[in-house]
Write a protein that binds this ligand. Structure first.
Ligand code: DX5
Ligand code: ZN
Length: 221
């Protein structure tokens, strides 16, 4: 089993010193950086803006993994690519046609992902797996950091891993399975055992005085 990559979620960073916060997790060994975009409609909250992503783009060469919790993903693609996104993950529950969003993302030669919320069945994303690079079962209700990991997500991860196994003969087929929400050193091991390849963690990493230890422990979970 290969080790998962670790994506600190900037939503838990101290926004008054965002450049330093990016540097802190880069130095601590992050593999990619996760940014949460929200529109105040798909979820009640607002998140990070493309402007903030652009502002920290030159701090690191690590891939920027952008998770968009918005009703209309299509209108976010161009501004996010411009800001420096290397992968964009939209929600299957959003209002735009999924293949249209996937094509719009891939037209920029970056990776496309689909996220789905805790109450959404795994079946809704299975038809798209062969056309995307990443699938993200949310392990908390989207919109807020610091929530508790929903255990039922593990069943979804297992189903996605099985589906990935069946698709493995497709030429060049690669699929990352990510998980986002309540990821800690306690909740990560089961997720990794069942096939998660990217662990997103906000609170666990940014609220720690030793983010390098947390990242190392998550990687070896
Ligand atoms: C929640 C966001 C997450 C969030 C995770 O909607 O998508 O990325 O920052 O935060 P923690 O790790 O604190 O649950
Ligand atoms: Zn996220």
């Amino acid at each position: 089993m290969s080790k998962p990559r670790i994506a600190p979620s900037l939503l838990a960073a101290d926004f008054s010193r965002i450049g330093d916060e990016v540097q802190r997790v880069v130095n601590a060994g992050a593999d990619l950086l996760h940014f949460d975009i929200m529109d105040g409609e798909f979820v009640p909250n607002f998140g990070i803006s493309p402007l903030m992503i652009a502002a920290v783009r030159d701090k690191t060469d690590l891939p920027f993994d952008v998770h968009i919790m918005v009703k209309h993903p299509l209108k976010y693609i161009d501004p996010l690519v411009e800001a420096g996104a290397d992968m964009i993950t939209f929600h299957i529950e959003s209002y735009d046609e999924p293949y249209a969003v996937i094509s719009a993302i891939k037209a920029h030669n970056i990776k496309a992902g689909i996220a789905f919320s805790p109450n959404t069945p795994t079946d809704t994303v299975i038809p798209y797996l062969s056309d995307i690079d990443l699938v993200l079962p949310m392990s908390v209700e989207p919109g807020l950091g610091g929530q508790k990991f929903i255990q039922n997500t593990l069943v979804k991860i297992e189903t996605l891993s099985e589906a990935k196994h069946y698709l493995r003969h497709k030429r060049k087929y690669q699929l990352d399975i990510s998980v986002d929400g309540g990821v800690t050193i306690e909740t990560a091991p089961a997720a990794v055992r069942l096939g998660v390849t990217i662990l997103v963690a906000g609170t666990a990493i940014f609220k720690s005085q030793q983010p390098e230890t947390v990242i190392e422990n998550l990687r070896n979970a």
